[in-house]
Design a protein. Structure first.
Ligand SMILES: [Zn+2]
Ligand SMILES: [Zn+2]
Length: 308
């Protein structure tokens, strides 16, 4: 069954991702104001009453700004963990709060939503996949590292929103204070273009028809850099930059696309061990340090002899 996807906005100024079929849809995060969410859905001709629930990835403001008003106005259940809810200034209407657990799929009509834990500097952060019986979509932003969970889920997706937050050089040379630079790149912050690109190049499944690069930094990235980098390896997958300022188009993901899988892709989405091509690096012990010193001394003696 075809799934329709759109980014309503993507970036540190607000995140909201739409995934649905003809009958029902969910929003992953609600980081735009309610009014702006309504405006963008209307421009896309997506009826808000098709949305049946909001799933919250974590408590950062760019993911929950419109949550309270949107859920109240449309009587929408909010799937959020207790730990995340504790950190939110969000007064849910009685009966609208639902919890979820990693690895326990939740069914909304013909959609199945599955959460998995991720590394990010929030209290209890998750990523989600949304699936119909034949198509799976991943929403993967705000990630400190490419962990095994991410590889496993990314490898199963027909389309994915994937964070490409910063260019490593632009961040290094940019105006951000040192502690903030280290927060972003320190394993609990965001994925760089290179990290996202390596995931895509290595683990892209042959059936991935769309890749939407998401959560680009205003200061430490450029959309054209990201587009250029990923297009080198696209191999037929549509590469789209999700904007910080506007909604994307709606993309129909049918699940029938067949391209070329990345070289490390496995049907189970398992991280492949590094090949034998890289010889093991010998440990530097006192014994081989002495051997190395003796060998250096011998070659020095040889050289002196030669030059005499
Ligand atoms: Zn964010
Ligand atoms: Zn965040």
């Amino acid at each position: 069954m075809t799934l329709y996807i759109a980014s309503l906005n993507s970036g540190s100024n607000g995140n909201c991702y739409y995934v649905g079929n003809e009958e029902e849809a969910v929003l992953i995060d609600a980081g735009l104001s309610c009014r702006e969410t309504e405006r963008r859905m209307r421009r896309l001709n997506l009826p808000l009453d098709r949305v049946k629930a909001i799933f919250v990835s974590h408590e950062h403001d760019d993911h929950i700004r419109g949550l309270e008003v949107l859920s109240h106005r449309y009587n929408l259940p909010v799937y959020i963990t207790a730990k995340t809810l504790e950190q939110c200034r969000f007064a849910p209407a009685a009966g609208l709060v639902r919890s979820f657990q990693a690895g326990n799929p939740i069914t909304i009509g013909a959609l199945t939503i599955t959460a998995f834990a991720k590394m990010h500097d929030a209290s209890d952060p998750y990523s989600f996949t949304v699936a119909s019986p034949s198509v799976r979509i991943g929403v993967f932003t705000d990630l400190g590292i490419v962990c095994d969970n991410l590889i496993r889920h990314f490898s199963q997706c027909h389309a994915a929103f994937l964070e490409a937050n910063y260019d490593e050089q632009l961040l290094e040379n940019g105006r951000y204070p040192w502690p903030l630079k280290n927060r972003i790149r320190g394993g609990q912050g965001h994925l760089s273009n290179r990290q996202a690109f390596e995931l895509f190049a290595e683990y892209r499944p042959a059936f991935m028809s769309h890749l939407l690069l998401a959560h680009l930094s205003q200061d430490n990235n450029r959309p054209e850099l990201v587009q250029g980098l990923f297009e080198q390896q696209a191999q037929g997958t549509d590469v789209i930059i999700a904007s910080r300022n506007n909604e994307s188009e709606i993309y129909a993901v049918e699940g029938s696309y067949r391209g070329t899988a990345g070289p490390a892709w496995t049907p189970q989405g398992i991280r492949k061990p590094k090949g034998d091509a890289d010889p093991p690096i010998p440990a530097v012990t006192m014994r081989n340090r002495r051997k190395l010193a003796a060998a250096n001394a011998r070659s020095a003696v040889t050289q002196i002899t030669l030059f005499e």
